[in-house]
Design a protein around this ligand. Structure first.
Ligand code: AYL
Length: 524
C-alpha cells in the first residue's frame, strides 16, 4: 500500500528546464528585476538575464563545450551564478555545483568524479580553485573567473566572443545538474538530476506556495545546494519573482537587505530561526514586509518556529527534502500556517510515499514510525558512476529510501522524527561521517575511529569523533584531532567534539555500530 499526495497530479511537460523557463518570453516582467544583488544593488532584469544566458552559451560553445560536457561552478551567490548555470544548460551541457566553502582537495574530488572539464569561480576563490583543478588534472586555462583575474578568461571575455548560442538540443531526459550528496552512506556522490526532475519539482512546489511575480525572495542560502538552486533561484525564474541574493550570510546585512528591498519571502535553515527568535538586533529593523518564512534542510523545532512567527508577525512553514529528490517532497502549503510546526506538511503532488519499518521491512500505518520512501517525477535517476549506491537507495519500484524516519497522521501530515542513515547535518549542510573517518585514519597516531552526530548545548547537531589511539599516540589530544581535520575540510565538516575510546563497536562483518555509539551518548 502506498499513500498518495492529497493534491491532484500536475502535468509535467516533456521539455528541458531551459525551454520551460525561457520559451514564452517574460511579458510585462521583461524589464523587472529577476536577480538583485542585495549587497551592491546591482540587478539583472529578465531580459538582461536571458540575454546574458544566451551570450554565455555562445561563449561556451565557442570553447567547444556542448552536450555531454560538465562545467563546475564554484562561486558564492551572485546574479552571475544563476546566469552561468542557465548559460551552461543553454549550451546543452551539464552543471556540477560545488560547495563554495570546499578546500582544494574536496573540490578536486568533485571535479574528478563528475568529469568536469571547465571550472568557473571568482578571484577570491582562485587559490582553492587552482589547487583543486591541478589535483584533478585541469589546466589553468580551464579555470575561468566571474570577475577579472590575471591569467584567466573572465565572464566578460566569455560573453564578448559574440558567438551565437548553439541550437538547443537538450531533452527532458538529459542530465541538467550533478550536485553532490553522500546519501545514506559513504562519500559524496554525484546526484544525477535531469531536466525533467528539475521542471517537475518546480511545478510540484508551485502548487503549495503562493509565490507570484510580485514576490521578493531572499536567497542567502547557497545556489550550489539544491535548496537554493530549485527553491530560490529556479522558482524565482519560474514565477517571474525577484530573487535578492547575498553572497555570504551576515545577520545584520540580511536584516537590512530584507528591510531595504521589502523582501516578503525568506527561505532559511533552522539556525537562522534561532537568530530571528532570539537576537536583540532583530528589533532594530522594520520587518513588516516579511509575510512568509520557510524552513528546510534540517529539523525545525516547532516552538522556535512559533516564536519567530509571533515576533515577526508572519507565517512560518516547514518543508522536507533531499538532494536526491530535486529536493522537495513534503511541505506545508502557504495557507496552512496552522499546522503543527514540528511537522513537514503534506506530500507534494505526483508523489507517493511509504513508511517502512527498517527492522522488519513491513509497511506501517498512521501514527507509527517508519523509514520514509518517496516515489515521483522528482526522484533522481541515480548516483553518477555508482550503481551499487543507486541500487541501495532506489528500489526496483522507483521508491527512494530516504534514511529518515517519519510518522504520518490521518490528515496526511508527515513529521520527520529521526534519521537512520549515517549522514550528519551541521546547520543544514551535509557532513558525511565516512569522509571524516577516512581522513582521521590517515593520522599516524589514530588506530581506529567512528564519527556520529551529537547535540551540542544549543541543541545543534555537530560531528563527534570517537578515536582509538595507536600505541604510539599517548600524547594525542582532543585539540590535535580537531586541528588535524580542520585544516583539510570545509568549516561545516569540522569535528567539533572528540572522545578517546578503547574500541569502536563493530558488527561481525566489521561495520561500525553507530547505533551503539548513539545509545552511549544518550546514556551519559
Ligand atoms: P540534503 N526535517 C528534518 N530533517 C530534514 C528536513 C526537515 N524538514 N529537511 C531535510 N532534512 C534532512 O540532501 C533529512 O535527513 O537536502 C534529509 O534526508 O542536503 C537530509 O536533510 C537531506 O539533506 C525544502 C527544500 C528541504 C530543501 C530541503 C532540503 C534539501 C536538503 C525542504 O523545502
Amino acid at each position: 500500500m502506498s499513500m498518495r499526495s492529497p493534491y491532484p497530479d500536475v502535468e509535467i511537460p516533456e521539455v528541458s528546464l531551459t525551454e520551460f523557463l525561457f520559451a514564452d518570453g517574460f511579458g510585462d516582467r521583461a524589464d523587472a528585476p529577476a536577480f538583485l544583488d542585495g549587497t551592491t544593488g546591482d540587478q539583472l532584469t529578465f531580459t538582461e538575464f536571458h540575454g546574458l544566458v544566451e551570450k554565455i552559451a555562445g561563449g561556451l560553445a565557442a570553447r567547444g563545450i556542448g552536450k555531454g560536457d560538465v562545467v563546475a561552478l564554484f562561486a558564492p551567490n551572485l546574479p552571475q551564478w544563476a546566469a552561468l548555470f542557465h548559460g551552461i544548460l543553454r549550451a546543452n551541457a551539464t552543471v556540477t555545483s560545488a560547495n563554495s566553502m570546499y578546500t582544494g582537495g574536496e573540490l578536486a574530488h568533485q571535479l574528478t568524479d563528475s568529469g568536469a572539464t571547465t571550472l568557473i569561480t571568482v578571484s577570491p576563490f582562485l587559490d582553492r580553485a587552482l589547487a583543486g583543478a591541478t589535483e584533478a588534472g585541469l589546466s589553468a586555462d580551464a579555470v575561468l573567473t566571474i570577475d577579472k583575474a590575471e591569467g584567466h578568461d573572465s565572464l566578460a571575455d566569455l560573453v564578448s566572443s559574440g558567438a551565437p548560442a548553439p541550437e538547443l538540443t537538450t531533452t527532458a531526459d538529459d542530465t541538467a545538474v550533478l550536485p553532490y550528496s553522500s546519501g545514506t552512506t559513504g562519500l559524496a556522490k554525484g546526484v544525477i538530476l535531469t531536466h525533467r526532475n528539475l521542471v517537475a519539482n518546480l511545478l510540484q512546489v508551485h502548487v503549495m506556495g503562493s509565490v507570484t511575480d510580485q514576490t521578493k525572495i531572499m536567497a542567502f542560502l547557497p545556489f550550489f545546494h539544491i535548496y537554493g538552486m530549485t527553491v530560490m533561484m529556479n522558482q524565482g525564474l519560474h514565477t517571474r519573482a525577484t530573487v535578492v541574493t547575498m553572497p555570504k550570510f551576515d545577520l545584520e546585512q540580511f536584516l537590512s537587505i530584507t528591510q531595504k528591498y521589502a523582501v516578503d519571502r525568506l527561505y532559511i535553515a533552522p539556525p537562522v530561526a534561532v537568530a530571528l527568535a532570539k537576537h536583540p538586533i532583530v528589533d532594530s529593523y522594520d520587518l513588516s514586509c516579511v509575510k512568509t518564512i520557510f524552513s528546510g534542510a534540517a529539523p525545525l523545532d516547532g516552538e522556535l518556529g512559533r516564536a519567530v512567527a509571533k515576533r515577526l508577525n508572519c507565517t512560518v512553514l516547514q518543508g522536507y527534502g533531499m538532494t536526491e529528490l530535486s529536493p522537495v517532497s513534503h511541505c506545508m502549503p502557504d495557507d496552512r500556517g496552522d499546522l503543527d510546526l514540528n511537522s513537514s506538511g503534506f506530500a507534494l503532488p505526483n508523489i507517493e510515499c511509504k513508511l517502512v519499518d527498517p527492522e522488519s521491512g513491513k509497511e506501517v500505518g498512521v501514527g507509527e514510525r517508519g523509514e520514509l520512501w518517496v516515489k515521483g517525477p522528482n526522484v533522481m535517476v541515480g548516483y553518477l558512476n555508482n550503481s551499487d549506491a543507486t541500487d541501495a537507495t532506489k528500489d526496483a519500484d522507483g521508491y527512494l529510501h530516504t534514511g529518515d524516519i517519519a510518522v504520518v497522521d490521518d490528515e496526511g501530515v508527515y513529521s520527520i522524527v529521526d534519521r537512520v542513515k549515517e549522514l550528519i547535518k551541521y546547520k543544514g549542510y551535509q557532513v558525511p561521517p565516512a569522509e571524516l573517518e577516512a581522513l582521521l585514519l590517515t593520522h599516524d597516531k589514530i588506530a581506529d575511529t567512528a564519527v556520529i552526530g551529537v547535540k551540542d548545548a544549543e541543541g545543534e547537531e555537530v560531528p563527534k569523533a570517537f578515536v582509538v589511539k595507536q600505541a604510539s599516540g599517548a600524547d594525542l589530544t582532543e585539540d590535535d584531532v580537531m586541528a588535524f581535520v580542520a585544516e583539510k575540510v570545509a568549516p561545516h565538516k569540522k569535528v567539533r567534539v572528540v572522545e578517546f575510546i578503547e574500541q569502536i563497536p563493530k558488527s561481525a562483518s566489521g561495520k561500525i555500530l553507530r547505533k551503539d555509539l548513539r545509545a552511549r551518548e544518550t546514556e551519559q
